[in-house]
Design a protein around this ligand. Structure first.
Ligand SMILES: Cc1cc2nc3c(=O)[nH]c(=O)nc-3n(C[C@H](O)[C@H](O)[C@H](O)COP(=O)(O)O)c2cc1C
Length: 211
């Protein structure tokens, strides 16, 4: 067994058993998420856990409604088709026992502020493109997913439904100054025991070692 099996055992899970998740396990998983590294130890994350079946369903419904609203707006048939074909991938969590909403808070970048004030927008944008504040959230999210998998739970990192974040925020009524919803994941016992991930690119295609 690989020493890294905790990495290889994580897969995106989109079907869950009806079992509830113990609050103790939820807390342990979120604690693991908060042990992720973050720039200047900013910890600019907040996790909102929804366990209520009706509320999880309503969030899926909000995304579905928003998807159809956007589809109506589309001026090209292929754009509309491309949006609608992912609807399932944006709403499948409706049958999960838990939904975790991940919020990102402010992450000041003084160098960026200085460059902006000096009208060096191109240089500032280069820093912003690397989205350091959001990298913190990505690190927390991956910790969360790995911790959940290690405890036998399934998750699926989701940003696809982000076009409905303002409606979701409004519905759940969670407010924290400067924070906004950036990702979500369902959490539950996977329905299938033989989980697989899609294939990966060959290592040499994505790796360059410079001596
Ligand atoms: C930032 C991010 C956003 C994602 N958004 C979605 C999503 O909205 N819906 C979904 O079903 N999967 C989503 N995924 C899961 C990916 O499809 C999945 O990670 C990828 O296909 C590799 O499969 P694996 O996670 O099983 O290894 C997302 C993954 C990441 C990292």
């Amino acid at each position: 067994m690989s020493k890294l099996s905790f990495v290889y055992n994580r897969h995106s899970v989109r079907k869950f058993k009806k079992f509830a998740v113990a609050e103790e396990d939820i807390r342990e998983i979120i604690k693991a998420a908060t042990y992720a590294p973050s720039g200047k130890n900013a910890q600019n994350w907040h996790f909102v856990v929804i366990k209520n079946e009706g509320k999880i369903n309503k969030i899926a419904e909000i995304i579905e409604d928003k998807t159809h609203e956007l589809a109506k707006l589309a001026d090209k048939e292929d754009l509309k088709k491309n949006l609608l074909k992912y609807l399932h991938y944006h709403t499948f969590f409706k049958y999960a026992p838990v939904l975790i909403l991940v919020f990102a808070g402010p992450y000041p970048i003084p160098a960026c502020d200085i460059l902006m004030a000096a009208n060096k927008t191109e240089e500032a944008n280069r820093i912003l493109k690397a989205a350091p504040g959001i990298q913190n959230i990505g690190a927390a999210m991956e910790n969360l997913l790995l911790a959940a998998a290690s405890l036998g739970y399934g998750t699926c990192w989701m940003t696809g439904p982000n076009y409905a974040t303002s409606e979701i925020e409004q519905y759940i009524g969670f407010k924290k100054e400067g924070y906004s919803l950036v990702a979500m994941t369902p959490l539950g016992v996977p329905e299938e025991s033989e989980l697989k991930s899609p294939t990966r690119k060959e290592l040499d295609e994505v790796l360059t070692i410079i001596d």
